[in-house]
Design a protein around this ligand. Structure first.
Ligand SMILES: Nc1ncnc2c1ncn2[C@@H]1O[C@H](COP(=O)(O)OP(=O)(O)OP(=O)(O)O)[C@@H](O)[C@H]1O
Ligand SMILES: [Mg+2]
Length: 468
């Protein structure tokens, strides 16, 4: 969520339970290294003679992640010692669709929506099965922070209200085991919870939590409960249990799930989505009976497929994708991409107020040279090249993107510079012969850009510089 919610720079930090910050990059690197080691240990135990170099690594990322977040993940993996040449990022909804197919849910000829509800995010994408067996993405991925952890967050907010901030903070920092016990206990009840459940729910409360709270408020827990807004809906049970009416548990689920359902409906209402009749529901939170019931009830007319072990669908699909990554044939662009160019002023096409006099000629600068437009359908690994003539010995190709489908200038509102490629021309050849061919390779999970000097054959590739 840290990677999704902000523009992610290499200096990003994350907070632990107590609010202490730590740089995100080494944390990701350590986690990936741990997972890799865990895998290698498991492989050597089974003695099947696999070498590390035989492994291709697939890291799945939410489809809504921007390029910077993907770049961040790739760098963290490489720092963890994973060979970049054997590493590929896979988009999670695509992996999920691949898994469903393999489990025998026929998606042939269908336009279907994949809804992946995990811990952090609900990730939504719409695909169509091609006659050649490949998948085509027909709606740019979307979603938001509406995963299962928001139910946990609501529970913690409630516990904080009941026991006081001080007691909860003390539990988190001094009695972490008790804290995690409480969370685990909640997790079990969360998983069983049904939409129309009428039964009270009972939570075990750590003894220290109750003690600190009673000491701080100078009253017993039962007395304190009477002073809260919940009335009889929250009560003590025995010495160490808290009873909660089902309507309260309901309220913790309502917000994240409603946001997901509303978002799905609004995507389905779009005209070009009218043939979509099937929702494939995956992700850990999708295993929740509450979530399934609400989606079923609030989206009548839609067929719903939930694969067994929905929480593992992305993982299984990623493995299959790793063995056959041409399963996905095309993707819809999330942005308009292009480069910054200048041109000689032409009164028929350029606004007069933008012309400037430079080196003996009227020119127009900051023009957005569009390579591909937002919402355009782009085959995987398709290349788009444009040619430009360098105007000086050393020149710079700047890469831009915008949500606008018809940007005119790179200075228009909404345009964002992603990076640049610097190149030097050969001193012994006239500049006008040294045409620069800039190529974007689209449709992959990452954006690849390179510039070739057509005369000399020299190539510079882009390393996005996102550290600010
Ligand atoms: N049976 C279940 N019922 C309800 N919630 C569940 C169930 N199983 C798992 N969850 C919840 O699903 C979430 C984890 O899902 P998942 O493993 O798909 O997340 P993730 O892929 O790590 O997160 P993200 O996709 O947001 O990056 C947790 O919030 C967990 O409590
Ligand atoms: Mg997930």
């Amino acid at each position: 969520m840290v990677l999704h919610s902000q523009q992610i720079w290499r200096s990003a930090t994350v907070e632990d339970l107590e609010g202490k910050t730590f740089p995100a990059k080494p944390l990701f690197t350590m986690s990936l290294k741990y997972l890799q080691q865990h895998l290698l240990d498991a492989l050597s135990m089974s003695k099947i003679g696999t070498r590390e170099t035989d492994i291709r690594y697939i890291i799945t990322v939410p489809a809504i992640w921007g390029i910077a977040a993907k770049q961040f993940m790739r760098e963290a993996a490489i720092e963890a010692g994973i060979d970049g040449a054997r590493l590929k990022l896979a988009l999670e909804p695509e992996a999920a669709a691949v898994c469903c197919e393999a489990l025998g849910h026929t998606l042939a000829g269908e336009k279907f929506m994949v809804v992946d509800i995990g811990g952090g995010t609900a990730d939504i994408s719409v695909n169509e099965k091609q006659s050649d067996g490949s998948l085509k993405n027909i709606h740019a991925p979307s979603g938001g922070p509406w995963g299962g952890i928001y139910v946990d967050a609501n529970f913690i907010a409630f516990m904080t209200e009941v026991f006081g901030t001080m007691a909860i903070t003390a539990l988190q920092s001094k009695d972490m085991y008790d804290y995690f016990d409480m969370i685990r206990d909640f997790e079990v009840k969360k998983r069983k919870f049904e939409f129309d459940s009428q039964t009270d729910i009972t939570f075990r409360i750590p003894v220290v939590l109750k003690e600190i709270s009673e000491e701080q408020f100078h009253q017993s827990l039962s007395d304190r409960l009477r002073s809260l807004k919940y009335g009889k809906r929250v009560f003590t049970r025995g010495r160490d249990k808290l009873g909660v009416d089902s309507s309260i548990m309901q309220s913790w689920f309502t917000d994240p799930v409603s946001k997901t359902v509303d978002h799905i409906s609004s995507v389905l209402k779009e005209k070009r989505m009218k043939d979509v009749g099937l929702i494939v529901l995956v992700g850990g939170f999708a295993e929740s009976p509450y979530v399934q019931q609400r989606i079923k009830e609030e989206l009548p007319g839609m067929k719903l497929t939930v694969p067994g072990e929905a929480g593992l669908a992305v993982l299984k699909g990623a493995v299959m994708f790793g063995h056959k990554h041409d399963i996905i044939s095309s993707r819809v662009m999330d942005y308009t991409y292009g480069i910054h160019v200048w041109a000689y002023y032409d009164e028929k096409i350029h606004p007069a107020e933008r012309k400037v006099y430079q080196d003996g000629a009227w020119i127009v600068d900051n023009l957005f040279d569009i390579f591909v437009r937002a919402n355009e359908d782009v085959p995987v690994d398709s290349k788009v090249s444009h040619r430009t003539i360098p105007s000086s010995q050393s020149s710079r190709i700047s890469i831009y993107r915008t949500k606008n489908r018809e940007p005119y200038f790179t200075t228009d509102p909404g345009c964002e510079k992603l990076g640049h490629i610097d190149k030097n021309s050969n001193r012994d050849i006239p500049l006008k012969e040294q045409i620069t061919k800039t190529t974007f390779m689209f449709g992959d999970t990452e954006l690849h850009i390179w510039c070739e000097n057509v005369k000399t054959g020299e190539v510079e590739t882009l390393t996005l510089d996102l550290s600010k």
